[in-house]
Design a protein around this ligand. Structure first.
Ligand code: FMN
Length: 383
């Protein structure tokens, strides 16, 4: 039997706490490596404008650093001062003007900070970067272990520095609220600071923040508690995990289920299920999961079922039918897309057409929709 249009889940509105999204498509955070001193510029405006017109329910702006030294590269956005937050306010208004829930990811790059932009090599900053005026800076992590052979060795954080980081995450969240963001995602994946506390491959501390699983989760849970306390009750909080390290003796999926339960208890609404990245790409521990369409969906599915928490699926989801199947199977509550939205910012609108729930070109921004409606009519006449 043909599926009823009303049964299509991808375009069914969803309420996250008191915030309603028009559909279940979330644009995944994507660093543009184009900021200057942590501030956005014309490129960011162009990037977010395209995505905002594209029809997603939610956009999560790129990883924004809660401390200056928590940037991956010199081109990362920051949220470490009020001025940085205020610079993002026009983006909030831009997203809202298109009916998109304005979201942002906050994080700290830890031992993967002070790196080259991807197109400059993705390695540690070197002489070629210094020539461009981009100097390396000291990096921090739970333990003094580099992410790969050629990378800098981080300083192990002191307990006082850990407490300061917890406060900085909370302050950043309050800033995001003040400038109008309605959704925050904490970056706990991809080998950045929070993930390195969780994984035994990067955390070899002997104090209360290392050793047992409970201890390795402590920093993450303190950050979440502090963020939740400074972020309004009615606004949703997401947490991105690397569901598995995909490396021997690393963080695994059962650990993630336990973490997801603990996050849910502390007010996280959705677990965004990514994977890998615990080591630099050149290191053997960076293997991760074999890539293929929807390769991380099983992580979202298991966590949703076993931790009883909403999940977001991400990773090589490029087709509307594929996205719909994930939701219909009960494997996730939200579908996130990243590179496909770079390729086609109007992916959500095309997905609606593919699934037969498109509400016509009148739903497009009129500057395009008015013309496309007429073009469609002319094409239909001549067919
Ligand atoms: C240009 C670019 C920048 C990214 N920046 C971030 C980021 O800021 N935070 C994050 O958690 N993931 C980041 N990612 C990972 C994506 O959010 C996403 O998880 C990944 O690309 C897989 O999804 P896809 O197959 O739909 O592209 C980035 C990916 C790309 C391509």
């Amino acid at each position: 039997m043909a599926q009823k249009l009303t049964d299509i889940l991808l375009f069914k509105p969803i309420k996250l706490r008191e915030i309603s999204a028009a559909n279940r498509i979330v644009i995944s955070p994507m660093c543009q490596y184009s900021a200057e001193l942590g501030l956005p510029n014309q490129w960011h405006y162009q990037h977010i404008s395209g995505l905002a017109a594209g029809g997603a329910g939610v956009i999560i702006m790129e990883a924004s650093a809660v401390q200056e030294q928590g940037r991956i590269t010199h081109g990362d956005l920051g949220i470490w001062s009020d001025a940085h937050a205020e610079a993002l306010q026009p983006y909030v208004e831009l997203m809202r003007s298109h009916g998109v829930v304005p979201g942002i990811q906050i994080g700290h790059a830890g031992r993967k900070a002070s790196m080259q932009r991807p197109w400059h090599g993705n390695g540690p900053l070197d002489d070629s970067d210094v020539e461009r005026g981009e100097l390396p800076w000291d990096i921090v992590a739970p333990s003094a272990l580099a992410s790969g052979e050629e990378f800098m060795v981080p300083h192990a954080l002191t307990v006082e520095q850990i407490k300061q980081l917890v406060r900085d995450f909370a302050t950043a969240a309050a800033r995001c609220d003040r400038v109008g963001f309605d959704l925050i995602e904490i970056h706990g994946a991809h080998g950045y600071l929070l993930h390195t506390f969780l994984s035994p491959l990067s955390n070899q501390r002997r104090d209360g923040y290392g050793g047992s699983l409970e201890n390795r989760m402590r920093f993450v849970l303190e950050v979440v508690e502090a963020v939740r306390a400074s972020w309004p009750e009615q606004k949703p909080l997401l947490f991105r995990i690397s569901g598995v390290d995909g490396a021997e003796d690393g963080w695994d999926l059962d650990d993630s289920v336990l973490l997801a339960r603990a996050l849910k208890q502390r007010g996280v609404d959705v677990i965004d299920c990514s994977s890998g990245g615990i080591a630099a790409a050149s290191s053997p521990a960076a293997k991760g999961l074999p890539r293929g369409p929807g390769f991380q969906v099983p992580i979202a599915a298991k966590i949703r079922r076993e931790a009883g928490v909403m999940t977001q699926a991400i990773g090589l989801i490029t087709d509307a039918a594929q996205a719909e199947e994930i939701l219909q199977a009960g494997d996730a509550d939200l579908i996130s897309i990243a590179r496909e939205a770079l390729y086609n910012p109007f992916w959500p609108k095309h997905a609606a057409q593919q699934l037969g729930v498109d509400r016509g070109f009148e739903q497009w921004p009129e500057q395009a929709g008015w013309w496309l409606q007429r073009r469609a009519a002319a094409m239909a006449k001549n067919s």
